[in-house]
Design a protein around this ligand. Structure first.
Ligand code: BG6
Ligand code: MG
Length: 218
């Protein structure tokens, strides 16, 4: 029995994964670090500090310099998201969120980002969520299950009744660790461990998700 869906934000509902990449890329260029789009694939779903640690590849810096670099990247990211409007929802996202609500089920947000609240406001979809769990909600981020457990707890539902929708390897691992059925969006090498896989939410309806997850909707 499925009663809710927990959506990741960046790369699932909107393409802010690209803005996170551009923010890190600008910082990396300024500091003279090599950083490619391929490197960025490993940063999907990874929190700000851990992302910087992966970019630094073992280089060490004093804490104030680390904080300054995190703040600088966030400043670039914040400038990008000022431009976000409802037109920046990825294809199929609004339709699916609305369909879930119309069927009497619940939606939650499960994003590691501290900027998730601002992004869903700008996208005009805040009203479609029954619960929001973000970068402020838990200490241990993905691949720990804590963020999704926080969302399920806010909904008052057990993990087995909430489907997690994710674009990141770390997010699929978090779903698995928490006992949530999972839908992965993207290439097999990234989300291959999900219970069901789609290229994106474009044209995807609840019936497609249930079928792929082998779940009867009643
Ligand atoms: C995740 C993104 O949703 O949030 C990561 O996939 C990002 O790329 C992380 O690093 C933290 O985001 P923020 O906005 O708190 O730096
Ligand atoms: Mg994501």
């Amino acid at each position: 029995m499925i009663r809710a869906f927990i959506f990741d934000l960046d790369g699932v509902l909107t393409d802010t994964a690209e803005y996170h990449y551009r923010g890190w890329k600008r910082l990396a260029d300024e500091e003279g670090f090599a950083f490619s789009r391929d490197d960025n694939e490993h940063l999907r779903g990874v929190p700000r500090r851990e992302s910087l640690m992966l970019i630094l590849k073992g280089r060490t810096y004093p804490e104030p310099k680390i904080l300054e670099m995190m703040e600088r990247k966030n400043k670039y990211y914040l400038a990008f998201i000022q431009e976000i409007t409802p037109r920046d929802l990825l294809p199929g996202a609004r339709e699916l969120l609305e369909e879930i609500r119309a069927a009497g089920l619940k939606n939650a947000l499960g994003s590691a980002s501290k900027n998730a609240g601002e992004v869903i406001e700008r996208l005009g979809i805040r009203y479609l969520f029954d619960a929001v769990s973000d970068g402020f909600s838990v200490e241990r981020q993905k691949p720990a299950p804590d963020l999704f457990l926080h969302a399920a707890d806010q909904l008052g539902l057990p993990p087995a009744e909430c489907v997690v929708v994710e674009d990141a390897a770390a997010g699929i691992e978090a779903a698995r660790a928490g006992g949530f059925p999972s839908v992965g969006l993207g290439p097999l090498e990234r989300v291959g461990r999900a219970d069901a896989i789609f290229p994106s939410l474009d044209g995807v309806h609840m019936t497609d998700l249930y079928k792929a997850l082998n779940i009867t909707s009643e």
